[in-house]
Design a binder for this molecule. Structure first.
Ligand code: ADP
Ligand code: MG
Length: 680
C-alpha cells in the first residue's frame, strides 16, 4: 500500500523540477502514474525483414551492424554517423544526425534492434535516427510500446520510464475489487491489469487488462454515486390536493405540447402521491421546460404552499422571473425575485415580503440559499440547469422546507440510459418535442475568406430590424496567445468600426453581474443591434428578435456547447441562421463542425460528439456532474456500467460503508474528492 502513495520523486531520474512538470498531467504519486493510462500503443513487437521495409512506415528491425560506423562532419555543426545494417533478407543504410557517440556505441558484427521510419533513396533502403537498443535490453523496441499524453517538460520517454519504474517499485498491487466480484465477472488480477495496460505482453492481454480496469473504474463510480445518493427509498412527503390543470392551461398564451403535458401530468401526480417528488425534467434548449416549472408552482400555490426556483445566473433568474410572472399572474400566483446583485434595500424588501407570506413562488440565484432567507410553507424546490449546482447547494435549498418536492431541470442532452444511472433513482421526464412553429436554424460553416460577405449578411439582418449575437472564445487579447483567436472585447471594437452606424455592445463573464444584466436587458429591449459575448449567454437567455448568431473560432467550442449557444436563436417567428466561422483545417475539427450543420437534435449531436471526441473530452468539461474517467468510455461502455453498477449495489447492500473493503473505500473516497462538487 505504502509504495503506491509515494511521490514520483521516489523514481529514478525524477527531481523536483520534473515532478512539477508531471504534476501538470495530474501525476503526483506512483498510483497516479499507474492510473495514467496510455492514449494508444505503438506495436513494435513485430520485427520486419529489411527486404519488406516500406518507405514512410515506422517499424522495428533486428539487424547486424555490417560496416564500420563512420563519422563525417558535413559542415560546421553537422555530424553524421553512417553505416550499413543487415539481416537475412537485405541491408539498410542507417544515418544518425548529430549523435557522434553512436559511432562508439555500435559495434560492427553485433546485432541490435532499431525502430524508426523507413525511407528509400533510389533502390537503397534507409533509416534516419532510429531508436537503437541492445537485443537483450530492449525497452523501446521489440514490444508493444505505450504512447502517453505528454506536456511541456515531460516526454514520452519520461512517462514510459516512470511507468516501468513505478511497476517495478510496487511489489503489492492491492486488489480493490473483492475476489467474489472478480471471479463472478471473469476479471483478471489487479497486478496483471496494471502491468499489461502499460506494457502489454500482447494484444489479448491488453484487452483483458482493459476490461478489468474499465470494470473497476465503473464499479468505483457506481459505489461513489450510491454513497452520494444515499438511501433512495421513497420518503413520505406532503400530498398536495389534485387540481384541474386545464384551468391553468386556459390562461396561457399558447397551448402546451404533448410532451409538456406528459411531464406536467407526471409532476402533478408525484406531488399529490404522499411521497416526496424527486424528478428530473430533461429537454433540449427551447423545448419549454419553464412551463413545467410554472405548472408545478401553480399546483403548489393552489394547495396553499410556497415554491422556490433557483437558476445558475442573474440573467437567467431575471428572465425566469419575468416569464413566470407572465405565465402565473393571470392565475393569481404571486412571484418574487431575489438575486445577489439586488441592492441591500431591495433584498430587505424581498425578504420581508417572503416572511410575510406575500410570495407563492420565489425565483432567484444562489442568493435564495442564504441562511437569513426564510421560506415559510415551502413545499416545492425547483432547480434549473441543475448540473451547474453541486449536491450541497441543492441539499441546502431543500433543507429550507420539510422534505419538499424537488424538480430539477436540465438541457444537457446525455444518452438516456446514462441519465438514469447518473441520477440514481430520480424519476426522469423527457421533453422530446419542440413547441410548434419553431423554425429550424440553418447552420453554415465558413472560413475567414467569407468575412466581407458575412459582414454584409449581418448588416442585412439588422436593416430588417433583427438583432445579432456574436460569440467569441475569450474575453481579452492577452488571455490566450494562440494566433487568430478572437477576443470578445477586440472583436466588438472591430465590429463597431465596420458598422459605425450600428449599436454594438460586449458582454462577458469578467463584468460585474449588474453590468452584465444591464447590457443583456438593453439587448432584450432592442437597444443593441449586435451583441458580442463569450459563452455567458449560453444558458437560457431568450431574445426572440435575434435571428443570427455568428460563432467565431467555432472549433474552440464543444459540440454540446455550440448546440446550447445556437439554442439562443430561432425562438421567434423569423428565419434564423447560425454561422460557424473557423479556419481550422484539421479533419476532426471540420467533421465535428459539419455535424452542427447537419443535425439539430441535441441528443443526436451529443452522441456524435461522444463518438468523435471520446468521453475524456466530453465528460472532462464537467457538464454532467460526473468525474472524468480515465479509461472508461461512459457512452460506449454502457453495458459494463450497468453490470458494474449491479455488482456495486449488491456489495454495498451487505457492506454499506465498505468497512470490510478498506482499499475500495479509499478509492471511492478519492473519486468523490477529486470530483469535488461536480458530482450531482
Ligand atoms: P427551455 O427552458 O426548455 O430551454 P423555455 O421554457 O425557455 O425552454 O421555452 C422556450 C420558448 O418557447 C419560450 O419563449 C416559451 O415561451 C416558448 N414556449 C414554451 N412552450 C410553448 C408552447 N407549448 N407553444 C409555444 N411556445 C412555447
Ligand atoms: Mg430554460
Amino acid at each position: 500500500m505504502g509504495t503506491l502513495d509515494m511521490a514520483v520523486t521516489a523514481l529514478p531520474g525524477i527531481g523536483p523540477k520534473k515532478a512539477a512538470a508531471f504534476e501538470k498531467l495530474g501525476i503526483r504519486t506512483l498510483r497516479d502514474m499507474l492510473n495514467t493510462f496510455p492514449r494508444r500503443y505503438d506495436d513494435r513487437s513485430v520485427m520486419k525483414p529489411i527486404a519488406m521495409l516500406v518507405p514512410g512506415e515506422s517499424c522495428c528491425i533486428r539487424a547486424m551492424v555490417a560496416t564500420q560506423p563512420r563519422l563525417n562532419r558535413v559542415r560546421r555543426g553537422m555530424e553524421l554517423v553512417k553505416f550499413q545494417a543487415a539481416d537475412d533478407s537485405g541491408a539498410v543504410e542507417i544515418t544518425y544526425f548529430n549523435q557522434p557517440y553512436m559511432k562508439n556505441n555500435l559495434r560492427m558484427g553485433e546485432t541490435y534492434m532499431f525502430y524508426g521510419k523507413a525511407d528509400a533513396v533510389g533502390r537503397r533502403k534507409t533509416m534516419t535516427n532510429p531508436i537503437c537498443e541492445r537485443e537483450n535490453r530492449a525497452k523501446y523496441t521489440g514490444r508493444i510500446v505505450p504512447v502517453y499524453r505528454t506536456t511541456a517538460g515531460v516526454t514520452q520517454k519520461n512517462l514510459l520510464d516512470a511507468a516501468e519504474a513505478a511497476l517495478a517499485q510496487c511489489e503489492i498491487f492491492p486488489d480493490l475489487l473483492p475476489p467474489e466480484v472478480t471471479d463472478a465477472h471473469g476479471l483478471c488480477q489487479a497486478e496483471f491489469a496494471y502491468r499489461n495496460i502499460h506494457f502489454p505482453a500482447d494484444f489479448l492481454s491488453l484487452e483483458i487488462a482493459r476490461r478489468r480496469l474499465i470494470f473497476e473504474e465503473l464499479f468505483i463510480l457506481a459505489c461513489a454515486l450510491k454513497r452520494l445518493h444515499g438511501d433512495q427509498t421513497p420518503q413520505a412527503g406532503l400530498a398536495l390536493p389534485q387540481a384541474d390543470i386545464t384551468g391553468f392551461y386556459k390562461t396561457l398564451p399558447f397551448s402546451p405540447t404533448g410532451a409538456q403535458r406528459r411531464a406536467i401530468d407526471a409532476v402533478l401526480s408525484d406531488m399529490s402521491s404522499g411521497f416526496a417528488m424527486n424528478r428530473l425534467i430533461q429537454g433540449d434548449v427551447g423545448s419549454g421546460k419553464t412551463l413545467v416549472a410554472a405548472a408545478a408552482a401553480w399546483m403548489t400555490a393552489n394547495g396553499g404552499h410556497m415554491s422556490v426556483m433557483m437558476a445558475p445566473t442573474e440573467i437567467l433568474a431575471r428572465q425566469h422571473y419575468h416569464t413566470l410572472t407572465e405565465l402565473l399572474s393571470p392565475s393569481g400566483v404571486r412571484v418574487g425575485l431575489l438575486t445577489g446583485s439586488m441592492t441591500a434595500k431591495e433584498k430587505r424588501e424581498a425578504k420581508a415580503n417572503l416572511a410575510a407570506g406575500e410570495f407563492d413562488l420565489l425565483v432567484g440565484t444562489h442568493a435564495v440559499i442564504t441562511p437569513d432567507v426564510e421560506l415559510p410553507r415551502l413545499a416545492l424546490v425547483i432547480v434549473d440547469e441543475q448540473h451547474r449546482f453541486g449536491v450541497e447547494q441543492r441539499a441546502a435549498l431543500a433543507a429550507k422546507g420539510k422534505k419538499p418536492h424537488v424538480l430539477v431541470m436540465s438541457a444537457t442532452p446525455i444518452p438516456r440510459t446514462l441519465a438514469l444511472i447518473i441520477y440514481g433513482d430520480l424519476d426522469v421526464s423527457i421533453i422530446d418535442e419542440l413547441p410548434p412553429g419553431r423554425q429550424p436554424v440553418d447552420t453554415l460553416l465558413v472560413n475567414e475568406s467569407y468575412r466581407a460577405r458575412l459582414n454584409g449578411f449581418i448588416r442585412k439582418q439588422v436593416e430588417q430590424g433583427r438583432q445579432v449575437f456574436v460569440v467569441c472564445p475569450k474575453v481579452e487579447d492577452d488571455e490566450d496567445a494562440s494566433p487568430g483567436l478572437k477576443s470578445a472585447e477586440e472583436h466588438a471594437e472591430y465590429l463597431q468600426t465596420v458598422f459605425s452606424d450600428l449599436r454594438v455592445a460586449c458582454v462577458h463573464g469578467r463584468l460585474k453581474a449588474k453590468q452584465k444584466d444591464e447590457v443583456i436587458s438593453r439587448f432584450l429591449a432592442g437597444e443593441i443591434d449586435i451583441l458580442v459575448s463569450t459563452t455567458v449567454i449560453e444558458v437560457g437567455v431568450d431574445v426572440p428578435n435575434a435571428n443570427l448568431m455568428v460563432i467565431e473560432n467555432a472549433e474552440r467550442f464543444g459540440l454540446s456547447q455550440l448546440h446550447q449557444l445556437r439554442g439562443r436563436i430561432g425562438r421567434g417567428p423569423y428565419k434564423s441562421w447560425c454561422v460557424l466561422v473557423s479556419d481550422a483545417t484539421n479533419n476532426v475539427s471540420r467533421e465535428r463542425l459539419k455535424i452542427m450543420t447537419k443535425l439539430s437534435d441535441g441528443f443526436a449531436i451529443s452522441e456524435e460528439d461522444l463518438r468523435l471526441r471520446g468521453p475524456g473530452d466530453f465528460f472532462g468539461n464537467r457538464q454532467h456532474g460526473l468525474p472524468e474517467t480515465h479509461i472508461s468510455d461512459l457512452g460506449a461502455d454502457m453495458q459494463v456500467l450497468t453490470v458494474a453498477q449491479d455488482a456495486a449495489h449488491a456489495l454495498m447492500a451487505s457492506d454499506p460503508n465498505l468497512s470490510k473493503h478498506p482499499a475500495l473505500r479509499g478509492a471511492v473516497e478519492r473519486m468523490i474528492e477529486t470530483a469535488g462538487g461536480t458530482f450531482n
